[in-house]
Design a protein around this ligand. Sequence first.
Ligand SMILES: O=C(O)CCC(=O)C(=O)O
Length: 339
Amino acid sequence: MFRVVCRRLWVNRRCQAGINCRFEVTQRFFTSEDSPIEAEGYRDLQVLTRHQKQQYERLGYLVVPDVFSKDHIEQMRKDSRKLKQTNHLFVLDRQHTENKPILLRLRCISNHSKIFLDTICDAKLVEITSDLIGPSVRYINQEKVNLKPPESSTSVIRWHQDWAFFPYTNDSLVTVCIAIDDSTKENGCLQVIPRSHKGPLYSHFQDNAFISAITDPALDSNSAVHVEVPAGGVSFHHGFTVHGSSANMSRHYRRMLCFNYSSADNWPLIGVGGHEFTNHGPVDWERYCSTVVKGKPSLFPRMQALPVSIPIPFDSGYDIYEHSKSSDDGMMYVYDYKM
Ligand SMILES: O=C(O)CCC(=O)C(=O)O
């Protein structure tokens, strides 16, 4: 309880800071040719240009460079190196050994490091997201750092839609990927299929089991693009956008902090047993409020008629890397980078 209350107070302070630094943020992102988007109610908080917002709406993704400073990114690098023990919070590479530890994913990292919690609640990031999804923003508490080990193909992530993992009552779900290292074609940057956020929702099931990857042979990935993001930049993609990533062919780790935001009136359809709450127990008003970083909490979900499937089994569905291995049916889901 103490922790939740502290966190809530701290988040509120961050929100306040967000409002105070509004003008600095605005100046940084507007150029003279671009004008702020006009929208009732929150016009003065707009950070993105009309062009950027239109790109997200049209293509289902957007890259915003230089959101975080070099110092901020360096601190995240340092803190991500500190966490080396293996336990249920970490996903290990199949070749992991005690002598040569290889991590693929650090889960719930904001519980362990203030710099990551700072990043999730960052005022500039929240304002950009607000431009994309509306006046209220909350973070969905299942953030992770995805690490792609050097010269390794074990961290391939096959085509999928995040909505298939965590369906909500409306489609304000947006995935945020913060480049801790330059994210390039060579080191397995994110790839997206532009316009796939308009639907359909593809099947992620095999033999009636959720397998964390699209199994529908109708998926056409020919128009996929690489989303290269320099360290400190951020890419945003819609919950329906089909995406994945290929092997890291470089000599260095590729690290990326990934998490989701949504509007405060977006509630998980999977309910108390779902992904978002597995680390925290049943839904709890206090904890939910602590995740609202802009606008007002709401107990009245905004409902939209959307295609939904329930990702059962939950447990095995969590480990996207294992499924990439076990569901190799010969289909080419993600482009491999060729030198
Ligand atoms: O780390 C990556 O390259 C892709 C991340 C992703 O799609 C995921 O974690 O769902």
